[in-house]
Design a binder for this molecule. Structure first.
Ligand code: HEM
Length: 450
């Protein structure tokens, strides 16, 4: 077999110390230096026994994730803490590439995240926007950071419907433990492709944690996996699935939204004013209220959101991938079966070979004639930026996230002018938490426009 990709051996003893010392330790600068010294495929030993193979080249990433199909669509085995929190590889994010992963993912994309489902929740989003009206006091407020996560989580969590008198409470279709748990798809046993089939809803009384689930409603609610080979999901599996849905999704979206709003505050007179002019031109006759039907008519809004995702991708790496078979190579180097393989998603979006003046927030680069014109976020043809990943494991929340970003950014800009607090310049320094957030939270004066 060819050797592992080269990499800094010094990190082998230092890696665990760095990780222990800083839980939010950002390895991005190390990957930049490693790329310089070792080329675009290299190995980092953040834990001595677990090499991470990093790919820092757009063309190689395209070959590995898109052209090679499923070759790198697996995930590495989970360590103990991840297994505790993620139901031992029984969530979409952690499941091995295979029938369970396919079933879980199809249930999400064909159900809760299906465009028709997303459309159905337009009223919840509109309601969330109405609740923001109190922001417009003209006084400085840390509005965006405090309210945005709540607004989005409201949207994702409080999807209420009444069917035949039964009140379902579900997070875009994900069962909520402790409330009413909607039924879901049955995953057939064996290796055949899972065929979704609705099964009954269940009711978990809040006080009855641990008790058996009782069928309570035979309507067909939004779905999630309920059974696997004929068995019910355990409560801990349900919690893991709910948590996967409710934590990563809103967190990444809110992060992207805050960065976009921050840049709109910094460039109030140019970018924000241009965006408001576009929005007003479309919604002026409707009291400034943005409806989702208006969004396709707003090309500048789209490029503002794209530039936010390019300049400040919430994650700088993907979730770790792994080879789906033994004896696989990348760029002539060996990739052991269960080794983590990752991609420098953040670095690629700042690649000066593609992006002119990449540090600058400049939405115009995505307009006709610009270097980002026609960019494909799924990276099917080529990878220029990939805030949602690429290939088989690409983020299934991509459409939902773009809708939320466009709708909320447009609504916030239509309703308020966002101004810098005098004497308090908006800082664009970063801090690594679950996602790459603003080191100093955005504070802005929001002035009602209507
Ligand atoms: C701006 C918002 C978001 C960004 C930037 C983002 C980004 C990503 C990235 C980079 C990955 C890793 C892809 C890979 O490993 O190849 C991912 C995976 C995933 N995302 Fe998102 N995401 C966002 C929103 C959401 C939302 C709203 C949901 C669902 C409600 C979601 C659910 C998932 C799931 C389940 C996976 C795992 C996919 C798999 O392993 O097959 N994400 N996301």
């Amino acid at each position: 077999m060819p050797p592992l990709p080269p990499g800094p051996t010094l990190l082998s003893p230092l890696g665990p110390l760095l990780l222990l010392a800083w839980t939010s330790f950002n390895i991005e600068p190390i990957t930049l230096a490693a790329k310089y010294w070792y080329g675009s495929v290299f190995t980092l030993y953040l834990l001595p026994s677990s090499p991470v193979i990093l790919v820092a080249d757009r063309a190689v990433t395209h070959r590995v994730l898109v052209q090679s199909g499923a070759a790198f669509a697996d995930r590495p085995p989970t360590n103990l803490p991840t297994a505790v929190f993620n139901g031992d590889r029984r969530t979409i994010t952690t499941a091995a590439y295979g029938p369970l992963w396919r079933a879980l993912r199809r249930n999400l994309t064909g159900g809760a995240l299906h465009p028709s489902s997303l459309r159905r929740y337009a009223a919840v989003r509109a309601d969330a926007c109405k609740q923001q009206r109190w922001w417009g006091s003209g006084r400085p407020r840390a509005s965006a950071p405090r309210r945005l996560p709540r607004v989005l989580q409201d949207v994702l969590r409080r999807h209420r419907r009444r069917r035949r008198g039964v009140h379902h409470r579900a997070a875009e279709g994900v069962p909520v433990v402790g409330g009413r748990v909607p039924g879901a798809w049955r995953v057939p046993a064996g290796d055949q492709a899972p065929v979704p089939a609705p099964v009954e809803a269940h009711d978990v009384a809040p006080a009855a944690a641990g008790e058996a689930l009782r069928p309570s409603d035979t309507s067909t609610p939004d779905c999630y996996v309920d059974t696997d080979g004929g068995r019910n999901l355990t409560e801990s599996e349900m919690v893991s699935l709910c948590s996967e849905f409710l934590s990563g999704g809103p967190d990444s979206t809110v992060t992207a939204m805050q960065w976009t709003m921050a840049n709109l505050v910094v460039q109030r007179e140019v970018v924000q004013a241009k965006l408001r002019a576009e929005i007003n031109g479309i919604v002026a006759g409707e009291g400034g209220h943005v409806g989702e039907a208006h969004l396709p008519e707003m090309p500048y809004l789209k490029v503002v959101v794209l530039e936010g995702l390019r300049r400040h991708p919430p994650g700088r790496f993907m979730l770790p991938h792994a080879a789906a078979a033994a004896e696989v190579t990348i760029g002539g180097f060996s990739v052991p079966r269960h080794a983590a393989v990752n991609f420098t998603l953040g670095g690629m979006a700042m690649d000066a070979a593609v992006w002119r003046d990449p540090e600058r927030f400049r939405p115009e680069r995505f307009l006709p004639g610009g270097e980002g014109d026609g960019v494909d976020l799924t990276g099917r043809k080529e990878i220029k930026m990939m805030p949602f990943g690429a290939g088989r494991r690409i983020c299934p929340g991509i459409e939902a996230s773009l809708l939320h970003l466009e709708y909320f950014v447009a609504s916030m800009v239509a309703a308020f002018e966002w101004r810098e607090v005098p004497g308090e310049a908006v800082g664009l320094a970063e801090k690594l938490e679950l996602t790459m957030v603003m080191r100093r939270q955005l504070r802005a004066i929001v002035v009602p426009c209507h």
